[in-house]
Design a protein. Structure first.
Length: 122
C-alpha cells in the first residue's frame, strides 16, 4: 500500500496534468467555447475525484479486517465467520457519485442465520 506522501505526490502530478490540460498553449484551440471549457473542467475534475475515492477505498482498514475483529451479521447480529471457500477478497463494482469504482471485501457468513455479508466498517 502506498504511503500518504506517495499518494500526495501522485495526486499532485495528476492535478498538474489537469492544470496543463486547461492552460497549456497547445490546448487553447480546443477550448474556445464556454461549453468546451466546462466539459474539460468537468472531465479533469471527475478524473481527480475518481482517483481520490479509489485510493481512499484501497486504504480502508475494513477491506481486510483483523482476525480478532468481531464482525457481526447485519441481520441477526451474531458474530460472522470469514467464508472459507474464498482465498482472496471478492472484487465488487459499485456505482458512486464519482463514477464506477472497484472495491474488494472479504466475504463473511453468519453461522446462525447463514446470511452472507461483506463488512463495511463501523
Amino acid at each position: 500500500m502506498a504511503t500518504r506522501e506517495q499518494l500526495r505526490k501522485e495526486f499532485q502530478e495528476k492535478a498538474g496534468l489537469a492544470f496543463d490540460a486547461m492552460f497549456d498553449s497547445d490546448q487553447q484551440e480546443q477550448l474556445i467555447t464556454l461549453v468546451q471549457r466546462e466539459d474539460r473542467v468537468l472531465e479533469k475534475g471527475g478524473e481527480l475525484q475518481a482517483w481520490l475515492l479509489e485510493e481512499h477505498l484501497k486504504a480502508d482498514p475494513w477491506a481486510d479486517p483483523a482476525a480478532h475483529e468481531a464482525l457481526c451479521c447485519p441481520k441477526c447480529r451474531c458474530v460472522g465467520e470469514r467464508a472459507s471457500e474464498e482465498k482472496e477478497p471478492v472484487p465488487r463494482r459499485v456505482t458512486t457519485r464519482a463514477g464506477k469504482q472497484g472495491i474488494e471485501r472479504w466475504k463473511y457468513r453468519c453461522p446462525s442465520c447463514l446470511t452472507v455479508f461483506f463488512p463495511l466498517g463501523r
